[in-house]
Structure formats: structure tokens, C-alpha cells
Design a protein around this ligand. Structure first.
Ligand code: FAD
Length: 286
């Protein structure tokens, strides 16, 4: 009851939505329907991911341009440094600024298998972007530690480096272990990181795909989550209801723990993110 009271009195929650560039006309339609559905919730920003090859890059630019042209939303492109020279990145940064982009999600990106570690990190990209223009910058954080980090402490120091280089907030990798997120937030505070550690919420509808993602990113899938989705492989309708319930419960606990900003990995679908926002009291016209 106390939790519900707190939720009903919350007026200061911020949400943001992440999309990826569609690769087919059908997926493009789904994306625009989702953007239209989620826009009235007045997200603080929406972000568009960035692929590692140039064809996909252009798609990111196109989505950003269309969001700017057709909506009031602040659109933040993701940008990775692994496959671009500093000169190319500077040029892109200037181009984005000219197009009205004021917020960038700055990432290293994944080093392609078999390639040597370029020894350039997201903190270098934050510095480079800040040298070009006074962008608002979000960076990535890993409550369960980035798979390549030499230790949890080294990873935390890297996050601090990114914030000290000028990043305004960290968005976390998705997680289901709420305690791990809360411990990580405490460790960030203890390390002197004052920026918001915004939880990245992944509403789950395709559990088998989630297991693959989680394995790749080394995210713990707790037993309770297995239990929730067990037996539903051939039942997408029930999976969706269960996925909404799981995410709503997680978001409520996080809100109770004082989290004020939520980032949703929408996978270009509005339904679950919309339902979670509704449960948090984030509604059109509020
Ligand atoms: P960094 O912060 O540079 O860290 C990478 C690794 O290097 C970590 O293990 C870190 O501890 C280590 N490290 C950092 N500095 C040093 C140093 N000086 N010496 C030694 N080790 C160091 N990928 C995409 O390709 N496109 C996207 O659009 C995209 N969006 C994402 C959005 C979010 C919110 C998140 C969480 C991830 C996203 N990713 C995306 C994935 C991301 O690119 C990968 O996780 C990548 O492997 C690391 O990127 P980073 O920016 O966290 O790297």
C-alpha cells in the first residue's frame, strides 16, 4: 500500500526509449507506430542504436532525421568509435550538431572477432565529442561488469573516467538481478560518480532470444525468471502478459528504491514499455 501511495504521488519520473534502425519496410512501419504511441508519454529523449557497418550507420541518421522532422522528441543517436577514425568521428559530430542533434549516446562498440583491441575507449569518444561541441552525452554502464573488464573495480573506474570526461548520465545494460543494480549504484556513489545511473529495462517477450542475449552479454538470468517463462515457448500471448508483469514488478521496486529515470529497450515495440510507464504513473498529459 505504501508503495502504491508513493507511486501515485510520483510526478517526477523521467523515461527514455531506445529504438534500432529498421531493415525492412514492414519493420519501419512498426517503428513509426511505436514512436507515435510512445510520444505522448513525453520521454526525456529517445535514442537510436548504431550498427558497426556503414549501411546501418546511414539508417541511424535517417531515423534521427525523421524523428526531428515529424515529432517534438529529442532524438539521440548512438555513436561507436571502433570502426571510425578520429577525423571521421569529428566530421560526424559536426554534421550531427548542424542537423540539430544535441545529445549523443557515446560507446566504444564491440571489437569484431579476430581483430586486435584498438586501445580506444568510450571515454576517448566522450572527450572528442566535447571538444567539438557541448553535446549532452550518455554512456553505457554494466551492473554485472562488462565481459572484457579486467575486474569490477577497473570497470567502475572506466565509468568514472567517462563521466569525468563530460558524460551526463550512464544507462545500464539490461539486468534482472535488482540487487546487483542497487549494489552497483551504491558502488558508483562511493566512487564519487554523481551522474544518474539509469536502469536499462528490457521488457521480455521472446524468452529464448533473451537467453541468447544474456549469455552473450554475461547477464545473470535468475531462477525466478526461468520459472516465469517455463512452458511458454509455444504460447506468445501468455508470454507477453508474463513479460509485462515481470517488468512492471521490477520497475516498481526500482522506483521504490528511489530510481527516477528509466530507459526502455523497446526493440521497436511500444506495447510493453507503454504498459510499464502506465503502471509507474507516466501517462499522456501528465
Ligand atoms: P568502454 O566504456 O570503452 O569499455 C569497454 C571495455 O574496456 C570495458 O571492459 C572497460 O572496462 C574496458 N576499458 C575501458 N577503458 C579502459 C582502459 N583505459 N584500459 C583498459 N581497459 C579499459 N553497441 C553498438 O555497436 N551500437 C550501439 O548502438 C550500442 N548501444 C548500447 C547502448 C547501451 C545502453 C549499452 C549498455 C551498450 C550498447 N552497445 C552498443 C554495446 C557496447 O558497444 C558494447 O558493450 C561494447 O563492448 C562496450 O562499449 P562501452 O561504450 O561500454 O565501452
Amino acid at each position: 500500500e505504501a508503495l502504491n501511495e508513493r507511486l501515485s504521488s510520483l510526478t517526477d519520473l523521467n523515461v527514455s526509449f531506445e529504438f534500432f534502425p529498421p531493415s525492412t519496410p514492414q519493420m519501419e512501419e512498426t517503428l513509426w507506430e511505436s514512436i507515435q504511441r510512445l510520444s505522448p508519454l513525453k520521454p526525456k529523449f529517445v535514442s537510436v542504436t548504431y550498427g558497426a557497418n556503414s549501411g546501418v550507420r546511414d539508417r541511424t541518421h535517417k531515423v534521427i532525421e525523421r524523428i526531428h522532422a515529424e515529432t517534438e522528441l529529442q532524438a539521440a543517436p548512438h555513436l561507436t568509435l571502433v570502426d571510425a577514425s578520429d577525423d571521421e568521428l569529428r566530421q560526424l559530430a559536426r554534421q550531427y550538431w548542424q542537423q540539430g542533434v544535441r545529445h549523443i549516446v557515446a560507446l566504444r562498440g564491440d571489437v569484431p572477432a579476430g581483430q586486435p583491441n584498438p586501445n580506444r575507449y568510450a571515454s576517448d569518444l566522450v572527450t572528442l565529442l566535447k571538444e567539438e561541441h557541448d553535446f549532452e552525452i550518455s554512456v553505457a554502464a554494466y551492473p554485472e561488469v562488462h565481459p572484457e573488464a579486467s575486474s569490477a573495480q577497473a570497470d567502475l573506474i572506466n565509468l568514472k573516467r567517462k563521466i569525468d570526461a563530460g558524460a551526463d548520465r550512464a544507462i545500464t545494460q539490461f539486468f534482472f538481478d535488482i540487487e546487483a543494480y542497487l549494489r552497483f549504484r551504491d558502488r558508483c556513489a562511493a566512487a564519487g560518480i554523481e551522474a544518474e545511473i539509469v536502469p536499462g529495462i528490457l521488457p521480455v517477450t521472446n524468452y529464448q532470444q533473451l537467453l541468447k542475449f544474456a549469455d552473450f552479454a554475461k547477464i545473470r538470468v535468475p531462477n525466478w525468471l526461468h520459472h516465469m517463462f517455463d512452458g511458454l515457448d509455444d504460447d506468445p500471448a501468455t508470454r507477453k502478459l508474463v513479460g509485462a508483469n515481470v517488468a512492471i514488478e521490477m520497475a516498481k521496486v526500482l522506483a521504490k528504491e528511489g530510481v527516477s529515470d528509466f530507459h526502455f529497450y523497446t526493440l521497436n515495440r511500444a506495447e510493453l514499455s507503454y504498459a510499464i510507464c502506465h503502471a509507474l504513473g507516466v501517462r499522456p498529459g501528465v
